[in-house]
Design a protein around this ligand. Structure first.
Ligand code: PMP
Length: 443
């Protein structure tokens, strides 16, 4: 697609205007990746264009919400057709039934589905449901695992792990989160000692879409421990769901949680999300429950399951179901990881390239091998100075690459071999720049 840039404003002008109307000029902190943000006018397939006509190969993919690439024709058509039927009526409708049915078919733990308006709502609801169902109050979470921004789940997503990050979180909320390292012995010790544990949340990839991998067998350990101590196991599959496989991490590994939090691909890359779970647990959300009346959960939400989201969601999940997009997206990520290892080796830069499925991560620093960060703590992996991360992101943007966040990227079925070649050249140039600026060390 040739550029159809909206050239009525330069990015500098937009940035100055945005500072006067939004705090820090932003709607989300990660959108200022480096120096000043870029303002995107349109996107198609693997590419996007800013308002000044600069083209980028995109590895954010809508913050991991797009597996099929930008503006997939089936998704666009579904939105257009639904828009012409009326954007919203706040009623029950056919598409929500079809959408929930597709989720039930693909995600093994999703015997019942409740739609919500974002991933953070899915995780906040999961915490409430787990508490209501078990009658207990506390949730075990893991260091650096991001399970949404609400008061109920924010603690532990960054250091210090036992305090709410930032101010304004309701007093006592942090105390309901027991934040542990990913060590099964520590989890069992806590479960044994504390009868108030309602559930365990885990980002099914390991923290931050797998940038901090979990020890081998950890998800199975959590499954076994949850059964042994009768707590609710909750997989946060907001990123991994429909991406690691059509059935997410659970579909790939056969380790089935009790509840699953979904967003991003589940909505076809549109605003919204879903909570899936075992029928008996989800019964607490039945407003006329007779069997679970003593632990009924009140949950509302104007835009839950909105048809304008359900339509592109159904269009996306029908393609996801074939498993075809994963083959391409995974192969692209594999090529990028392999290519980065060669670059690191050739330039003798300390670090590794790793990641699963359609993701890639780089770590700069000492690692056990070129393809692993095993043995490193979340602090080691996520503690790379912000100045280095920003310099790397800016170097990539200058070379036409839009990263996801931190030092990694997300691929889609729309990325081509040409994209991979251009991307590796840009990554090499960026690493060379970091080397000459003294921001990365030698191996
Ligand atoms: N869980 C995980 C694993 C996520 O990556 C995110 C968002 N990046 C969320 C929950 C929260 O989702 P949302 O931003 O839609 O609220």
């Amino acid at each position: 697609m040739s550029s159809t840039a909206d050239t009525s404003h330069t990015q500098k002008e937009l940035w100055e205007q945005s500072l006067a109307v939004m705090p820090g000029g932003l709607s989300h902190p990660n959108r200022r990746k480096a120096d000043d943000p870029i303002y995107i006018s349109h996107a198609k397939g693997s590419r996007m264009w800013d308002v000044e006509g600069n083209e980028y190969i995109d590895y954010s993919m809508g913050s991991a919400s797009l597996l099929l690439g930008h503006a997939h024709p089936d998704v666009v058509k579904a939105i257009q057709e639904q828009a012409s039927l009326g954007t919203y009526t706040a009623s029950c409708h056919t598409l929500e039934v079809e959408w929930a049915g597709l989720i039930q078919e693909l995600i093994p733990s999703a015997e019942r589905v409740r739609f919500v308006a974002s991933g953070s709502e899915a995780t906040a609801l999961a915490a409430r449901v787990a508490r209501a169902y078990t009658g207990k109050t506390k949730i075990i979470r893991f260091q650096n695992h991001y399970n949404g921004w609400s008061d109920l789940t924010i603690t532990g997503s960054e250091t210090p792990y036992d305090e709410a990050p930032g101010h304004g979180v309701v007093p006592g909320a942090a105390e309901t989160m027991v934040v542990l390292p990913t060590d099964p012995a520590r989890v069992e010790e806590k479960l044994k000692a504390d009868p108030e544990i309602a559930g365990i949340f885990v980002e099914a990839s390991g923290a931050n879409w797998g940038s901090v991998p979990m020890p081998e067998g950890f998800l199975q350990d959590l499954r076994d421990l949850s059964d042994k101590y009768s707590v609710v196991l909750i997989f946060d599959e907001v990123i991994t769901g429909f991406r690691w496989s059509p059935g997410g991490v659970q579909g790939l590994t056969g380790i089935i949680p009790d509840m699953t939090c979904m967003a991003k691909i589940v909505t076809g890359g549109n605003p919204g999300g879903a909570l899936g779970g075992k029928a008996d647990i989800m019964e607490v959300l039945n407003p006329r429950t007779t069997t679970h009346a003593d632990r009924k959960v009140v949950h509302k939400g104007t835009f839950n399951g909105a048809p304008i989201v359900a339509a592109p969601a159904v269009a996306t999940l029908k393609i996801v179901k074939t498993g075809e997009p994963h083959k391409r997206a995974n192969a692209v990520a594999q090529k990028i990881r392999d290519g980065i290892r060669v670059i690191l080796e050739e330039h003798q830069v300390a670090g590794a390239a790793y990641g699963e499925a359609s993701t890639y991560h780089i770590h700069f620093g000492d690692t056990p091998s070129r393809d692993s960060v095993e043995g490193l703590t979340p602090k080691d992996v996520r503690g790379i100075p912000a100045s280095t991360v920003y310099a790397y992101q800016q170097a990539l943007l200058d070379r036409g690459i839009n990263n996801m966040s931190h030092l990694g990227g997300i691929t889609s079925a729309a990325h081509t071999d040409e994209d991979v070649e251009l991307t590796l050249k840009a990554i090499e140039g960026s690493i060379e720049q970091l080397m000459s600026d003294g921001l990365v060390g030698r191996s």
